[in-house]
Design a protein around this ligand. Structure first.
Ligand code: 4GX
Length: 251
């Protein structure tokens, strides 16, 4: 996959992709990363790329011409959509990440200042994408989130192909708890089922924990999926055990 990022801070993107999976994906040739700085396309002697908003008000707006030309330059690198990172976009979730990971090319537009001229969106942006309902000071951290989530799904990027299949969200559920050595930390022991070596029981326990945690912490996610009979039975078991603990007065 090739990803081109239009940004006033190309080093933020390049440096952020020098770690972890995005780094490994680049080293393996699975990810090609390019950055395009609108400032390089400014016709202003001070290399300005912003101007005051029509209608007044605080802050500055990114100008059409330098951003449009940076996008045009990035377009020469592939056929992918232009995706503008903004809180007005459709929320990024794992379903969208899987869809993006199938693209051979994408151009990410990371804005600064109070925003970009709306006509850039009208003419040059194919899709708006939000990483969550909060306001960043620029699109670059959102672009890095996008790149990280997408890159780890590129075939061969994780090394251990099973990891992505076992992900939290693979079945639309939260992750189960993980443990490693030592067997006891302070007064906290590893759940006995994980050390007993019955792999069917371990899988059953993990699925039950995933279901139970999703039920407790993210009931909105449970509403989006249809549980099969095994899953319904395991969740019922989890809820029953939960109620038993409450009436026992145990934590
Ligand atoms: N998920 N931001 C975009 C620039 C901007 C400012 C005002 C339009 C209007 C964000 C998010 C996000 C901050 C990126 C503002 N654009 N991006 N940037 N949440 O907060 O993606």
């Amino acid at each position: 996959m090739r990803i081109d990022v239009v940004t006033l801070f190309p080093d933020m993107i390049q440096d952020g992709c020098r770690y972890g999976i995005p780094r490994i994906a680049q080293e393996k040739g699975l990810l090609q990363l390019g950055t395009w700085n609108p400032r390089d396309y400014s016709r202003n002697k001070h290399r300005n790329v912003d101007d005051r908003p029509y209608g007044g008000g605080p802050g500055m707006v990114m100008q059409v011409q330098p951003v449009a030309e940076a996008i045009t330059a990035a377009r020469a690198e592939g056929q992918g959509p232009v995706i503008y990172l903004s809180p007005q976009g459709r929320r990024l979730d794992q379903t969208a990440v899987r869809r993006f990971a199938e693209l051979p090319h994408a151009i990410l537009l990371a804005g600064r200042y109070e925003g970009i001229d709306e006509r850039l969106i009208t003419r040059h942006v194919d899709e708006e994408c939000s990483i969550g309902d909060y306001v960043l000071s620029g699109g670059e951290p959102a672009a890095l989130v996008w790149i990280d989530a997408v890159t780890r799904l590129l075939p061969g990027a994780l090394g251990d192909e099973e990891s992505a299949l076992c992900d939290s969200f693979m079945d639309g559920l939260l992750d189960y708890p993980h443990y490693s050595r030592p067997e006891v930390v302070d007064d906290l022991a590893v759940p006995a089922v994980l050390t007993a070596g019955n792999h069917a029981e371990i899988a059953r326990w993990r699925l039950k924990q995933s279901l139970g945690r999703t039920w407790r912490r993210r009931p909105d996610l449970l509403e989006q999926i249809d549980l099969n009979e095994e899953q319904q039975a395991l969740l019922a078991e989890y809820i029953r055990e939960q109620q038993t603990m409450e009436s026992d007065g145990n934590p």
